[in-house]
Design a binder for this molecule. Structure first.
Ligand code: ZN
Length: 402
């Protein structure tokens, strides 16, 4: 099962945006208006569906938007691509809803959004002229400056542009269509087992230690919020500080995941992981398992695998997810399956051939075999970080081919 090959990929550059004080106020104003439009468009679709059982198309709503624009100067001032973007978003959430209905999943009807949670402006269409150097100019929005850490691919095609406001922080997502750059092939394969004791265990014995998060600041802020009077200015300020701290932790984790997945993709040609079912894992058990659930959630394997998936595709690596059943109860040497409960928790001992190994490493080997049908005994592999520490040197990017 090879990862599909495309010649082009979509790459998102997420940049912090800056504008004038009045500019931020304008972005907030436009967001509010767009939130209103979003909810009205949703309402209209719902009412028409209830009245005559018919759907409302995006194009009919766009026609009505034109009328709105003719009637009100305010809407004329907001660029057409901004307001159309809202209707497109409504359309997308309905399409997703119908897809879920069709697939027999729990449908979850599209919901009205409170303005606090409407934070993203997604343009209906983009032109290359919207990005000039480090300035973003969209009609109806203030000029936004960005300071990219890496150079934007000026020769690539801009596919999408999103402007997101989180509290006081403005971010700009620039999606470019780029040529796929395959990495030089390396002769190594890996199976990865995930767990709570170690965040990841590799079939060649390496591990990435579990993620420990210092939540003391968050807890303190939460307590501070609880003691302040509702509706007071100080409470609002503390909430903003708390949100910033939360976001900082999220970004920190995301960056850590990026460093880790980049290293994995550079090091291994064939990658196998287990197919996750986190939803099921965490729902069972109730309060008894709450502590475990929490530490499981914090390992964010879903994010790691998602990054692995697309980075593997970008780099021309092979990535596969395998059925995880019995991977921790099978002997990686003789393939004997032990169905009874494992008595010694951390160590796997095979009753048939006596093979003794760390439980997670054994499982990782089984995952590798299930995914790629190989064992990686005696394979050569580039050095890999045992834990993620600051200052660790990642291997230089191999020369690109093709
Ligand atoms: Zn055995």
């Amino acid at each position: 099962m090879d990862t599909p090959h495309h010649t082009t990929i979509h790459k998102t550059y997420q940049e912090r945006g800056y504008c004038s004080r009045a500019g931020y106020a304008r972005v907030r104003e436009v967001l509010r208006a767009c939130c209103w439009l979003y909810n009205r468009a949703l309402e209209q679709r719902r009412d028409i569906y209830r009245a005559c059982g018919q759907g409302m198309t995006m194009y009919r709503q766009m026609k009505e938007l034109t009328q709105l624009r003719q009637a009100q100067q305010f809407w004329r001032d907001i660029g057409l691509t901004v307001s159309r973007g809202v209707l497109k978003r409504v359309d997308r959430s309905f399409k997703a809803f119908f897809r879920r209905v069709k697939a027999g999943e729990k449908p979850g009807y599209p919901r009205f959004k409170p303005h606090q949670r409407y934070q993203c402006l997604e343009l209906a269409s983009v032109t290359a002229g919207m990005v000039k150097g480090n300035r973003i100019k969209v009609k109806g929005l203030p000029a936004i400056r960005i300071r990219p850490n890496r150079e934007l691919p000026a020769s690539s095609r801009l596919k999408a542009l999103r402007i997101v406001m989180h509290g006081r922080i403005l971010t700009v997502d620039l999606v470019y269509e780029e040529e796929r750059k395959s990495l030089a092939t390396v002769a190594s394969a890996v199976g990865i087992d995930v767990g709570v004791n170690e965040r990841m265990t590799f079939s060649d014995g390496k591990t990435v230690s579990r993620r420990m998060i210092d939540r003391s600041r968050e807890t303190k802020l939460q307590q501070a919020i609880a003691t302040k009077k509702k509706g007071s200015k100080r409470r609002r300020k503390t909430i903003a500080t708390f949100a910033r701290e939360r976001r900082r932790n999220t970004v920190r984790n995301r960056n850590e995941c990026h460093r880790l997945t980049t290293a994995i993709v550079r090091n291994y040609q064939k990658i196998a992981v287990e197919k996750l079912a986190i939803k099921n894992m965490s729902r069972k058990g109730g309060s008894r398992k709450r502590g475990l659930n929490r530490s499981m959630m914090e390992q964010t394997w879903g994010m790691l695998f998602q990054q692995l998936r697309y980075k593997a595709e970008w780099a021309g690596r092979q990535f596969v997810e395998v059925d995880p059943r019995y991977t921790s109860k099978t002997c990686s040497r003789c393939r004997e399956v032990r169905k009874e409960k494992l008595a010694v928790y951390r160590v796997f001992v095979c009753p048939l051939c006596g093979h003794t190994e760390d439980r997670d490493t054994n499982a990782a080997k089984n995952i590798l075999r299930r995914g790629w049908g190989i064992r990686n005994e005696g394979q050569v592999c580039l050095p890999f970080p045992p834990t993620l520490q600051r200052g660790w040197e990642y291997p230089a990017q191999p020369t690109r081919v093709g």
